[in-house]
Design a protein around this ligand. Structure first.
Ligand code: PMP
Ligand code: GLU
Length: 391
């Protein structure tokens, strides 16, 4: 077998792999509690579905402009202005096949083989693999020593002439940490001083728990704005994971380059999903808020449950829908690593959760609460039983 050198080290997506394994177990009538993927269990709101059906019936089924349809671009510009304080024109926007594709396009367009890309660990698994796919070098800054927050000094130590970019994610998948305005200002100053680019992945922006507030780093000043790609998407907020709509805003000429990747790879995202996205961005906020209220209840419930399990600790999530649980008290004695814990949990106790190792967070396990309350209860009770019986 001959494969490209760039791909030799690219790993799987543990989130997608474990989720599809658990789903296939469920389809065989195995009673698995799935607390794995970051995928809301809600159905896409009806208004959005209706718009997609209308698009199909009206024959809106051809290729669209690579960047996306005008109606959607205009709504994204309005959204950026209203909610993020960011002034963009349609020429600053790219709509793509999920936020994942937006990030991928930027990395492909901007990275050289000798570029270094700074990631803050724990990082979402696909960042590191996407960086490797460009041939660039991921440079990891461990945030666990700083309570998973930004430490500008530590990031500064990793910057050199080869540094091309830093990727940040707030609210964070998997710690749930939300960066403060002060933290982002300090980081913005560092980025501008060293003239590197920034991808700010804000896909969990609306899934946030009071009193925390979301800030877009690009909105802090014009210098950082021109260096930043603000990435967002509809998967989480509107329960639209399968529709594959993500987007970004950025400096016009840089976005042109990211669009080249899209031109020659996917051409555009689905015309039907784009029409659905128009309906999503016009949706009554109350529908989104009711889903977020549900996440709040689940978060409270799960935190209480984990608090009562001896030996486990967790990071209190300020946003997103994951509980990042510290299993280090059990590692090195009974279990080798978080991978072994998650494998045992799935195979023997039928609960699917994600090991932190693939996210640069060995010793931790991610529990998603984008699942029904009964699924969460079942899953956490099984984790408790697993620990009782095995340690
Ligand atoms: N960023 C983060 C941090 C995520 O957790 C995800 C998960 N889906 C994505 C981006 C990509 O989302 P999508 O491609 O579905 O828009
Ligand atoms: N981003 C979600 C997660 O972290 C969905 C799966 C994926 O795309 O990785 O679980």
């Amino acid at each position: 077998m001959k494969i490209s050198k760039r791909f030799a080290n690219v790993g799987d997506s543990s989130t997608l792999k474990i989720t599809s394994l658990a789903k296939s177990m469920k389809s065989k009538n195995i009673d698995v509690a799935i607390l794995a993927a970051g995928e809301p269990d809600f159905d896409t709101p009806d208004k959005i579905k209706e718009e997609a059906i209308k698009a199909i019936k009206e024959g809106f089924t051809g290729y669209t402009a690579v960047r996306g349809i005008n109606e959607l671009l205009d709504l994204i510009c309005e959204k950026f202005k209203r909610e993020n304080g960011l002034e963009y024109k349609p020429e600053n926007i790219m709509v793509s096949t999920g936020a994942k594709q937006s990030i991928y396009n930027v990395l492909q367009a901007l990275c050289d083989e000798d570029s270094e890309i700074i990631l803050l660990a724990p990082y979402w698994v696909s960042y590191i693999e996407m960086v490797k796919m460009t041939g660039a070098l991921p440079v990891v800054v461990d945030t666990s020593v700083d309570n998973f927050r930004i430490n500008v000094e530590r990031i500064k130590e990793k910057i050199n002439k080869k540094t091309r970019m830093i990727i940040i994610n707030s609210p964070n998948n998997l710690t749930g940490v939300v960066y403060t305005e002060k933290e982002l200002r300090e980081l913005a100053d560092l980025i501008v001083e060293h003239n590197i680019y920034c991808i700010s992945d804000e896909i969990y922006e609306k899934i946030i728990y009071s009193p925390n507030k979301h800030y877009s780093i690009a909105a802090l000043n014009n210098n950082i704005k021109d260096l930043t790609f603000t990435v967002n998407g509809l998967s989480k907020t509107y329960a639209m994971t399968g529709w594959r709509i993500g987007y970004l805003g950025g400096e016009r000429k840089l976005v042109e380059k990211a669009l080249m990747v899209q031109t020659h790879s996917t051409s555009c995202t689905s015309s039907i999903s784009q029409k659905a996205a128009v309906a999503a961005l016009k949706l009554d906020e109350r529908i989104v808020n009711s889903m977020i209220d549900e996440f709040k209840k689940r978060r409270e419930f799960l935190m209480k449950k984990v608090e009562n399990i001896e030996g486990l600790n967790y990071v209190q999530p300020q946003g997103a829908f994951y509980l990042f649980v510290d299993f280090r008290n059990f590692i090195g004695k009974k279990f080798k690593d978080s991978e072994e814990i998650c494998t045992r949990l799935l195979e023997d106790y039928k609960v699917a959760v994600i090991p932190g190792g693939a996210f640069g967070a060995e010793g931790f396990v991610r529990i998603s609460y984008a699942a029904s309350m009964s699924e969460i209860e079942k899953g956490i009770d099984r984790i408790e039983k697993f620990l009782k019986e095995n340690v």
